[in-house]
Design a protein around this ligand. Structure first.
Ligand code: 5RP
Length: 230
C-alpha cells in the first residue's frame, strides 16, 4: 500500500469516528497522522453543525495546536474527571484488541488519558492489524537518571533495545524530559508478562503495550469497507 492510499484509509476511519462523537461530551483526543484526520473531521462538524464539546483533553502539543487552530478549547487532564470517549491511533492491533502505541512518542500521556476514559476507540488502516503483537518496535519511556542501566538490562533480557533518536541525531526527548528505548524483539514475548515486567522495572515511566483497554477499533480496509471491531 502506498502512502497516498494509506492516508485515504486513515481518513476514512477517522471520519467515521468523528461522526460517533456525542455533542457536549468530554472527549480525549490522541496523537498521530490518523488522529490529525480525525481532528479535521471534528472541525468540519463544528463548521457544518455548530457541534461543540463540554471538554477536550489531548495527548500532545501537536494535537492541541491543531484543535486550537480549529477553534476548540483544550483542557488539561487534571481539569476533568474522566473522558466519555477517547479516540486515538495505534501502531499495531492484535486479534484481541491489544495494541502497541507510542510510535509518535506520546505514550505516557496517551495511556493516562486512555485509562481515564469511559470508552476507547482506535482508528487504523488495515496495515496496522497483526494476529500477534510485534512487527513494530515497542516504545519504553525511561528516566534519564537510570536509562543506561535500563538499556543494558533490556539487552541482557534479549529485548533488542535501541535508543529512539531525533532528526538531529540526538536522543529523542519526550514531553516529560525522558528518553525512549524501542524494544525491537519480534514477535514480542508473552505480552501480559512483558507488560508486568516493564511495569515493575524501576526507571521505566511508561511503555507502549496498551492491553485490555480498547473497546472498539475502526479499521479502514483497502477493499473500501470499514470494519467496526469490538
Ligand atoms: C503516537 C501513537 C500513534 O497513535 C500511533 O503512532 C499511530 O500513528 P499514525 O496514526 O501516525 O500511524 O501512538 O504516540
Amino acid at each position: 500500500m502506498d502512502k497516498k492510499e494509506q492516508d485515504q484509509l486513515k481518513k476514512e476511519a477517522a471520519t467515521k469516528a468523528a461522526m460517533m462523537v456525542e455533542p457536549n461530551s468530554v472527549l480525549g483526543v490522541g496523537t498521530g497522522s490518523t488522529v490529525a484526520f480525525f481532528i479535521d473531521a471534528l472541525g468540519e462538524r463544528k463548521e457544518k453543525e455548530g457541534f461543540s464539546l463540554k471538554h477536550i483533553v489531548t495527548t500532545s502539543n501537536r494535537s492541541k495546536k491543531q484543535l486550537e487552530s480549529l477553534g476548540f478549547k483544550v483542557d488539561e487532564l487534571s481539569d476533568i474527571d474522566q473522558a466519555d470517549l477517547t479516540v486515538d491511533g495505534a501502531d499495531r492491533v492484535d486479534d484481541d484488541l491489544n495494541g502497541i502505541k507510542g510510535g509518535g512518542g506520546a505514550l505516557t500521556l496517551e495511556k493516562n488519558v486512555a485509562i481515564n476514559s469511559k470508552k476507547i476507540i482506535w482508528i487504523v488502516d488495515e496495515s496496522k492489524l497483526v494476529h500477534r503483537l510485534g512487527d513494530f518496535p515497542l516504545p519504553v519511556e525511561v528516566l534519564p537518571i537510570s536509562c543506561e542501566q535500563n538499556f543494558r538490562k533490556f539487552e541482557q533480557e534479549g529485548l533488542k533495545p535501541q535508543w529512539r533518536m531525533d532528526e538531529n541525531g540526538k536522543r529523542y526527548v519526550t514531553h516529560y524530559g525522558n528518553y525512549i528505548i524501542d524494544l525491537a524483539v519480534d514477535p514480542l514475548p508473552v505480552i501480559h508478562g512483558l507488560a508486568d515486567y516493564l511495569d515493575h522495572t524501576v526507571g521505566v515511566v511508561e511503555h507502549g503495550l496498551f492491553l485490555d483497554m480498547c473497546d472498539e477499533v475502526i479499521i479502514a480496509h483497502s477493499d473500501g469497507t470499514i470494519e467496526d471491531k469490538t
